[in-house]
Design a protein around this ligand. Structure first.
Ligand SMILES: [Zn+2]
Length: 467
């Protein structure tokens, strides 16, 4: 990030996307309680270059020109620089919120239905900062390129990692020399991606792709092979050194250790949950199916006496024509679901084939548990949220009771939205006030939910999909 000299492009990489932290720029001192992370660093930078003072004066300076004149202020002193911030939609309103929290900026959000009217305001230069998404940038590229930007700041810049991708083409077409990229992804692990992002931020810094491959990525990668000779090792190290030197003026890495003292202590615990009796019974039933028998005996010599393995001779497929290999993968998924929560068997699968297969397995397995099938039909998920159906739920129930007593806040993550449905049902049944964030939550809603969760005494649990 720029200190005293003007930049034209840089990359700010932060470990673990958004650590909390104190801000590095002296001119604009923000409280150390700052909840914010990488955006806060950018915001303090913007405040500095826009000569913000953090006082009432900023608000006055933000007034329309004619009012400034009437106050005998020189409007030209506020002749504005304009900055463009591009962020994924999921964090767009976070940016707006952070900007509003930490300073008096004139911000325009360029997104959605109000896009066209906001573009007009933008062309009249009635803002200091324009916030937009990758998608809107693509749609309005020409209009945005007709304006003069002091800098463009791109959040989650690792999206610009593929030279051939549309998003890269669009980002490279943005007419602005000062480009700042932010990312929480470690780019150094993939040289090709690193080149692509750096070539966007500082065009030409690392040379052409071919040059880069020859000079840096090949030697480094050869040096990393475990069969590398001493010579290759040395060449690799030298190349790495040269690369680090080349990037040092443009690449700023911030790791968690910098702010370690300000973060609450973290404790990781892994809890093993045993299956409930119901799960064990279902698991056992799956194991007893003909398909699983076919899989388990597939390496044995064939019964026909050919001397071949069964799976390569007379027992290549089951009666439905599924091969042993397909079945093997499918049944692993099925068992995994049973171990998590039997209700997951009813969730839609990724492929049509898998779904038909799961349905067949379900009808086979559940014919032994008519009680469960009837219940899940009658009351949808209500019965399924009963912890007796899942060992994990039993453990979770105890944990939640514990946290509830201590009025702790709980974020509950799951990979599966189906499982979130079950958990949601459980929360309702137990009278817990909860919130939920998943792929279907609207971006405007997200911030509201997060704020409610953070500020309300009553909302102690938030269900979050990791997808
Ligand atoms: Zn055979």
């Amino acid at each position: 990030m720029p200190g005293d000299r003007p930049t034209c492009g840089s990359l700010l990489a932060a470990e673990s996307s958004r650590p909390a932290g104190r801000l590095p720029l002296a001119r604009w001192t923000l409280p150390s309680l700052s909840p914010a992370r990488t955006p806060a660093k950018v915001i303090s930078f913007l405040a500095a270059v826009l000569h913000k003072k953090g006082t009432r004066e900023d608000i006055e300076n933000n007034m329309p020109e004619f009012l400034l004149k009437s106050m005998k202020k020189d409007p030209s002193s506020t002749a504005r620089k304009m900055f463009l911030i591009v962020a994924p939609l999921s964090v767009l309103y976070n940016w707006k919120d952070e900007l509003d929290t930490w300073g008096y900026f004139r911000v325009i959000v360029l997104h959605g239905s109000k896009k066209d009217s906001e573009l007009i305001r933008l062309k009249q230069k009635r803002c200091e900062i324009a916030l937009t998404t990758y998608e809107t940038l693509r749609l309005c590229l020409e209009e945005l390129n007709s304006l003069e930007w002091s800098a463009v700041i791109v959040d989650e810049a690792h999206r610009i990692k593929n030279p051939k991708a549309r998003v890269t083409e669009v980002m490279k077409a943005v007419k602005c020399k000062v480009r700042i990229g932010l990312t929480g992804t470690i780019l150094q692990n993939n040289m090709k991606e690193l080149w692509c992002v750096m070539d966007w931020a500082v065009p030409g810094l690392l040379g052409s792709r071919i040059h880069f491959k020859k000079q840096f990525s090949d030697p480094v990668e050869h040096g990393q092979r475990h069969t590398a000779t001493k010579r290759e090792l040395a060449t690799g190290r030298k190349a790495m050194h040269r690369l680090a030197k080349k990037m040092s003026g443009w690449f700023l890495r911030r790791t968690k250790t910098l702010i370690k003292g300000q973060l609450p202590k973290k404790e990781d615990r892994m809890v093993y949950c045993s299956l409930t009796d119901f799960q064990k019974a279902v698991y056992q039933t799956v194991l007893e199916t003909e398909d699983v028998a076919l899989i388990l005996t597939s390496s044995q010599p064939c019964t026909c006496g050919s001397g071949q393995k069964r799976r390569k001779c007379c027992y290549k497929t089951n009666s439905q024509g599924d091969t042993v290999k397909t079945l093997c993968l499918s049944y692993l998924t099925v068992l995994q679901k049973v171990a998590n929560h039997v209700a997951l068997l009813q969730a839609a699968s990724t492929s049509k084939h898998q779904e038909t297969l799961t349905k067949r397995i379900c009808s086979q397995v559940f014919s032994r548990f008519p009680d469960f099938v009837q219940k899940s039909k009658d009351a949808a998920f209500e019965t399924l949220s009963d912890p007796k159906y899942s060992g994990k739920m039993k453990v979770l129930q105890q944990l939640l009771n514990h946290f509830r007593k201590h009025r702790d806040k709980v974020l509950l993550f799951s990979f599966s939205t189906k499982l979130l449905d079950v958990l949601q049902q459980y929360c309702m049944a137990s009278g817990l006030d909860y919130r939920r964030l998943d792929g279907s939550t609207k971006s405007e809603e997200r911030l509201k939910i997060v704020k409610e969760f953070n500020s309300s005494q009553d909302v102690n649990i938030c269900l979050v999909s990791t997808m």
